[in-house]
Write a protein that binds this ligand. Structure first.
Ligand SMILES: Nc1ncnc2c1ncn2[C@@H]1O[C@H](COP(=O)(O)OP(=O)(O)OP(=O)(O)O)[C@@H](O)[C@H]1O
Length: 236
C-alpha cells in the first residue's frame, strides 16, 4: 500500500515552548487511522501542522507525493486535505444547502465526486434540513454538515478533530455509523477522538501521543487486545 500521508520526525513549538518532539505518523490510502492521547499531549498541534495553521520547526510531512511542511493552509487544502475542525465552524446565516454547494469542488479529480444526492443518501437529515440556516441546527446536525461540507471538496484525506465531542450518545452513534459508511466507500480518514472502543471498530491503525512523542503505534488487533495501553496512555 502507498502511504498517502507520512509524517517523519515532526517538531513543533509555540514560541519557546516545544510541544512535538519528533513525531512519526503514517496513513495509507484507503485506511482509517487514529491519533490518540490524553488532553494536552499534542494531537491538535500535530493536526495544525498537517493543515498548515502552524509551521513545523523540523521534520517532514509528505502528503500525496509532496513535502507540504510549511505550505499555506490554502495550498494544502487544494492538494486534497480537508479538516473538520473542533467546534465545526458552521456559518450561522447560510442554509444547509448553500453551505454544501459553496464547498463543492473536485480538487483531486475524483472519479465519482460527491454530489448533493450522494451527501443526502449519507446524511438524510441534511436533506430534510436543506433550507434551514446553520444556527437552526442541533449539535449533531451541525457535525453532519461539517463532515458533509468537507466531503464536498472531494478530499484525498479527511481529518476529523473530536467529531463526537459534546454530542448526546444516540447522536454520537449516528456519527460513528456515517464514518463506517464513509470508510466503506474507500475514503481515507484520520480521526482524533477519545472513544477507543468505537475507534477500534472503525479504524485500521492507531498512533498514541504522550507529551509530544509517539508512545505507541500499531494495528487495531493489538490495541483492541491490550487494555493496559488504554489505561496507561488514555486513562480509560
Ligand atoms: N496556542 C498555543 N500556545 C501555547 N501553547 C499551546 C497552544 N496550543 C496548545 N498549547 C500547548 O501545547 C500542548 C499540546 O496541546 P494540544 O492542544 O496539541 O494537545 P491535545 O492533545 O490536542 O489536547 P486536547 O485534547 O486538550 O486538545 C499543551 O501543553 C498546550 O497547553
Amino acid at each position: 500500500m502507498t502511504a498517502l500521508l507520512e509524517v517523519t520526525g515532526l517538531q513543533a513549538a509555540y514560541g519557546d515552548s516545544q510541544v512535538l518532539f519528533g513525531v512519526d505518523l503514517k496513513v495509507e490510502a484507503g485506511q482509517v487511522a487514529t491519533l490518540l492521547g490524553r488532553n494536552g499531549m499534542g494531537k491538535s498541534t500535530l493536526l495544525r501542522c498537517l493543515v498548515g495553521w502552524l509551521a513545523p520547526r523540523g521534520g517532514s510531512i509528505r502528503f500525496a507525493g509532496h513535502d507540504i511542511a510549511g505550505w499555506s493552509a490554502d495550498r494544502i487544502a487544494r492538494l486534497g486535505l480537508a479538516v473538520v475542525p473542533e467546534g465545526r465552524q458552521i456559518f450561522p446565516n447560510l442554509s444547509v444547502r448553500e453551505q454544501l454547494l459553496a464547498f463543492a469542488a473536485n480538487r483531486c479529480e475524483a472519479r465519482e465526486p460527491w454530489t448533493l444526492d450522494r451527501i443526502h443518501a449519507l446524511f438524510p437529515r441534511l436533506q430534510e434540513r436543506g433550507a434551514n440556516m446553520g444556527n437552526e441546527l442541533s449539535g449533531g446536525e451541525q457535525q453532519m454538515l461539517a463532515i458533509a461540507r468537507a466531503l464536498m471538496t472531494n478530499p484525498r484525506l479527511l481529518i476529523l478533530d473530536e467529531a463526537t465531542e459534546g454530542l448526546a450518545p444516540l447522536v454520537r452513534e449516528e456519527i460513528w455509523r456515517c464514518l463506517h459508511r464513509l470508510r466503506d466507500t474507500g475514503q481515507t480518514i484520520l480521526v482524533v477522538d477519545k472513544y477507543v472502543r468505537q475507534l477500534c471498530e472503525l479504524a485500521d491503525r492507531h498512533t498514541i501521543l504522550e507529551r509530544g512523542r509517539v508512545a505507541w503505534a500499531g494495528e487495531t488487533e493489538e490495541l483492541a487486545a491490550d487494555h493496559g495501553l488504554w489505561q496507561r496512555y488514555l486513562g480509560v
